[in-house]
Design a protein. Structure first.
Ligand code: GDP
Ligand code: SF4
Ligand code: MG
Lengths: 412, 602
């Protein structure tokens, strides 16, 4: 334990995400979902709800109840509190929630990284100090855009000034590990607009950047607008130019890409998200939260009301528990691992996870992809990695489509 | 009703007309007037027995009906032979006409002579039949029978004063038609004591009675229980049941000279009966064969594939069932890279093809995919022998044959004078050869062109209709084969031959056709992570090319712990869609792309 904790302090020296990621005894990763927002953003397909008069106290105590059942004394290595908009909940409630969560799981003492998501409209000095004091040491701020017209058009409820103020509050409260979320490829936005926005962000100097291409998820109001012909999605070619520009600009400013949409300063990769991309176990608490406890994928009831109801009735908050077959485990591990830039995933790791020899299992696909310059095999100290090439990285979904097993899931 | 009728009081006739000029309606009136059907429970258009015919208002199968009537106190037997009103080629009508001595040439008094009026009248004249022109629909306010009587004389050299007027709808003038039939049409000539000589003019499959053969007795007498001999087929069948269509089948003990009726035996296959064959008697003195019909040849071919591959055997069974009723359908198994296993089917023409497909779906409950129609070709091999080619895949390497021939049809097109320019250039564009132009009247002309059938089956009829504001009509004579500069158009996808997409076409059209195919493919093949070259070629010569640009990126922006299951399901759904893709080399081509190409009429 001690040894491991020590390793965590030498993150700066580590070069590969997997190496950087800490494999502790027990512990693992803990996710907590707080689903409320002021208003639903146009592109949002998260399990989030515009707050009206839901009983937040009942929700928070249900999450704590679930923590007691599923994570007592967990001492996680990473904590991630996402949403929704966790900062939507007032400072006092958040503080007491984290204190209680700490009583149950002991996270404040065990984590190397405890992130909370926040939106600018609801993140002020008071909230910043309250959560920092309660053991949260990393902040993920939803800027999304540096253009007020865009924020307005996509139903964001803050303006750009407010975003910068929130950042200042975070720094003032003591946060030295901050991520900023940005979205690009809004129709109408040109390469220069985006470049100058990125430069402003670089000046602000957060530790981490998540830059997502605007996506059209099934069922969002944005997708409906597009399908009704009232919104023109950018061309695939233009999206690719934006993607390239994002990586070039971030890299030259010292934000190195390590995943499709994630960039960080040296040593500031998000430890919690690396758990996902490395297919290591995690527990998710709250409405719609997912858990991965090999070989089970668990999905909680999505509706906050139903979730609260289930826990109140001492029923399982799980909506779905699925035992994954070895081929599915292998596939999932590739789906996540190939996202890691310049890294990929090692056959040894894949074998440990699934019990399958991925090299042999996918022999025909690999030889085709290698032929097409989509993937390469790379020998590194620890073993052989399968890694997407620059071309393959742009076409990961094409690759995955061909790797997908036929026996997708077994529901328990 | 069991004795045969004296020949001198029999009249055998057909009604011939352009589509919709009122043939079926007039037949109904005859049935009513002669008391063959009770007017209270009549169904409109009695002779069209199949649902589909009723819906489309056309007659698919020739049917016969025997009617008795009195004229001046004398009883006559009128045998009405119903000809198919909507035909692809004239020879389909010949079947029925050969069983008659007279024909009613029915003309819509509001529309005048149309292409099929001319075609049918000419066929009747070739057989030396008595023609009685009748202007129908005189009840219509815009009926102009007097004006069109002039056309009758100009086009068909028929004396206008002999024409009758009637309304099949109201019954006005129908009695007079019956009187004219009795007075003008010759009674059948023949010797009832001579050896049996009967013409088989139709055969159909009846669910309850099995195979029903329609016969017209030329000489001799057929008795129930006789063993009949089919001269052409060389088979013997016992007359288990014989009788007349009144219009329901009514048993008779014998059928004699001039009579028209049915013959039922234990015949298994419709193929065992050849329409046009002569029936005589097995024992004793046999008669000579009558001059038969031309065997109809399939002139339009297309692939018919089951939508789900598991339905292949059901499709075969359904086609066999249809063939029982319509022996002119031809089918053979075909396999296509794109569409799997199905059948290459031959039809008499486009209309025939349409009707068969409709019946197939209606009667069998199968959904089928049908490829674009093509015509049959013939190649003359080095040794002089001739081989039929009715699928592009059958075409051998050009240096293995001497020449290739395509079907050419002489086409009569009746149009208003003001459309001459438009239709002349349409025919010229379609590689036609102009034969002549005849004026029917001051404002209507008949153009006669030789046209390659391949050019007609692609939307020619639609173009004719639009070029004449709907007034143009056309009629095709029987096709003949002529040498032409035809090539096999290859389609290459990323350098690989896509056999399922190749077609035979005229060298002059290859580039246009090639471009059209590539345009469709460019639309239907999804972008890949690499650029895809599409080419159309004849031999090694590239005639057209298109590129499908590489897809720039295909990667999900966000994928965290909560997204895994959903993302996997999404990919699974996309993969499901890909199952309908076929690969040509490295390129995944959706089934829909093949289909769009195979069904494009361009
Ligand atoms: N007004 C009028 N309509 C008629 C007459 N005869 C037939 N029709 C109509 O013309 C159409 C075609 O008739 P049909 O008998 O099916 O023509 P077929 O295609 O020659 O058999 C139908 O709508 C009939 O009702 C007639 O004498 N007067
Ligand atoms: S703030 Fe985040 S979770 Fe809430 S609606 Fe907007 S995108 Fe969705
Ligand atoms: Mg009819």
């Amino acid at each position: 334990m001690v040894k491991n904790r020590k390793a965590s302090t030498s993150l700066e020296a580590a070069s590969s995400p997997e190496q950087e990621h800490l494999l502790g005894e027990g512990g693992g990763a803990l996710y907590v979902h707080l689903p409320y927002c002021v208003k639903k953003c146009r592109y949002c397909d998260f399990n989030s709800y515009a707050y009206t008069d839901q009983n937040i106290d009942a929700y928070l105590s249900s999450v704590l109840r679930e923590a007691e059942l599923r994570a007592p004394g967990l001492r996680p290595q990473t904590l991630f509190v996402g949403g929704g908009t966790p900062s939507f909940i007032d400072a006092d409630r958040l503080k007491s929630f984290f204190d209680n969560l700490n009583d149950i799981t002991g996270f404040a003492d065990s984590v190397i990284e405890a992130t909370m998501e926040a939106n600018p409209e609801s993140f002020d000095d008071e909230t910043a100090q309250a959560v920092f004091g309660a053991g949260i040491n990393r902040l993920s701020l939803g800027f999304q855009s540096l253009r007020n017209d865009v924020l307005l058009a996509y139903d964001r409820v803050h303006d750009v000034d407010r975003s910068f103020k929130a950042f200042e509050s975070a720094r003032n409260a003591g946060f030295d590990n901050i991520n900023i979320d940005l979205i690009y490829s809004f129709p109408g936005q040109d390469l220069n607009d985006w470049l100058s926005d990125l430069e402003s962000i670089h000046e602000l100097s957060p530790e981490h950047l998540s830059c997502y291409e605007l996506s059209y998820e099934p069922g969002t109001s944005l997708t409906k607008l597009r399908d009704a012909g009232r919104h023109q999605q950018n061309s695939n070619d233009f999206a690719k130019q934006m993607f390239d520009l994002t990586r070039a600009a971030n890299s030259s400013a010292g934000y190195l890409p390590y995943e499709v949409s994630a960039f960080s300063k040296q040593g500031r990769q998000c430890q919690h998200n690396l758990t996902y991309w490395n297919s290591l176990p995690y527990i998710g608490l709250g409405a719609g939260a997912a858990s991965w406890q090999t070989p089970y994928r668990v999905m909680n009831i999505a509706s906050p009301e139903a979730y609260v109801g289930a826990l109140a009735a001492s029923e399982s908050p799980h909506q779905e528990k699925t035992a994954c077959s070895p081929t599915t485990i292998l596939f999932d591990a590739l789906m996540m691992g190939l996202r890691l830039e310049n890294k990929g995933v090692s056959f040894e790791h894949l074998f440990n996870l699934s019990g399958l020899d991925a090299r042999q299992h996918y022999a025909t696909q690999w030889s085709k992809f290698i032929d097409q310059s989509m993937v390469v095999f790379v020998e590194e100290n620890e073993g052989t990695y399968v890694r997407a090439t620059a071309l393959g990285y742009l076409h990961l979904d094409t690759i995955l489509g061909e790797l997908l097993p036929d026996d997708v899931v077994l529901t328990v | 009703m069991s004795k045969s009728f004296p020949a001198e009081r029999i009249r055998n006739f057909s009604i011939i007309a352009h589509i919709d000029h009122g043939k079926s309606t007039l037949a109904d009136r005859f049935l009513e007037i002669t008391g063959a059907v009770d007017t209270r429970n009549k169904q409109a258009q009695q002779l069209d027995s199949m649902d589909i015919e009723r819906e489309r208002g056309i007659t698919i199968k020739a049917a016969a009906v025997s009617l008795t009537t009195h004229v001046n106190g004398v009883e006559y037997l009128l045998n009405l032979i119903d000809t198919p009103g909507h035909v692809d080629f004239a020879y389909e009508v010949e079947k029925s006409l050969q069983a008659c001595e007279g024909a009613l040439l029915l003309i819509d008094a509001a529309q005048g002579i149309q292409a099929q009026t001319v075609a049918n009248a000419m066929l009747a004249m070739e057989q030396d039949m008595t023609i009685i022109p009748v202007f129908n629909k005189v009840d219509l306010p815009h009926a102009r029978p007097e004006e069109f009587a002039g056309e009758l004389e100009n086009t068909l050299l028929l004396e206008p004063e002999l024409a009758l007027h009637c309304s099949a709808k109201t019954g006005e003038g129908v009695e007079a038609i019956i009187e004219a039939l009795v007075a003008r049409v010759e009674a059948p000539q023949g010797d009832p004591h001579a050896p049996l000589q009967a013409l088989i003019f139709d055969a159909k499959y009846d669910e309850y009675r099995g195979i029903v053969v329609c016969v017209r007795i030329i000489n001799g007498t057929l008795h129930k229980g006789d063993t009949a001999h089919m001269i052409g087929v060389g088979a013997d069948y016992e007359a288990v049941d014989i009788g007349k269509f009144m219009p329901k089948m009514v048993t008779h003990d014998s059928l004699s000279v001039g009579e028209v009726g049915y013959f039922i035996s234990n015949i298994k296959n419709l193929e065992d009966v050849r329409v046009g064959d002569t029936m005589t008697i097995s024992k004793g003195e046999r008669a000579e064969a009558l001059k038969g019909y031309r065997e109809p040849q399939p002139m339009v071919w297309c692939g018919v594939f089951p939508v789900s591959s598991g339905d292949f055997e059901d499709l075969r069974a359904a086609l066999k069932q249809l063939k029982l009723n319509d022996s002119s359908i031809i089918f053979e198994p075909e396999s296509s890279e794109a569409l799997g296993f199905g059948f290459r089917c031959g039809f008499l023409g486009l209309l025939h093809m349409e009707i068969v497909q409709e019946r197939l779906e209606r009667e069998s409950d199968l959904s089928v995919v049908q490829t674009a129609p093509s015509v049959p070709y013939q190649i003359v091999l080095k040794d002089g022998s001739v081989k039929d080619i009715h699928a592009p895949g059958m075409l051998p390497d050009p240096n293995l044959f001497e020449e290739i021939q395509e079907p050419i049809v002489t086409t009569h097109i009746l149009i208003p004078v003001e459309s001459i320019g438009a239709i002349m250039s349409l025919c010229a564009e379609r590689r036609g050869t102009f034969l002549r132009q005849e004026h029917l009247s001051a404002n209507r002309v008949m153009l006669t062109w030789d046209l390659p059938l391949a050019e007609i089956i692609y939307d020619f009829y639609d173009k004719l209709k639009s070029g004449t504001k709907g007034y143009g009509t056309m009629n095709l004579e029987s096709p003949r084969f002529e040498s032409a500069n035809l090539v096999k158009l290859r389609i290459l996808v990323a350098g690989n031959d896509a056999d399922a997409l190749s077609t035979i076409c005229h060298a002059d059209n290859a580039q246009r056709r090639g471009r059209a195919v590539l345009k469709v493919l460019r639309k239907e093949i999804p972008r890949h992570q690499f650029e895809i070259a599409l080419q159309a070629a004849v031999g090694g010569k590239i005639l057209a090319r298109e590129n499908i640009r590489a897809l720039s990126k295909n990667v999900t922006a966000k994928c965290y712990g909560g997204d895994i299951t959903r993302k996997r399901k999404l990919l699974a759904k996309q993969k499901e869609g890909k199952k309908r893709m076929k690969s040509i080399g490295n390129v995944e081509v959706p089934q829909k792309a093949f289909l769009s190409v195979l069904t494009t009429d361009e």
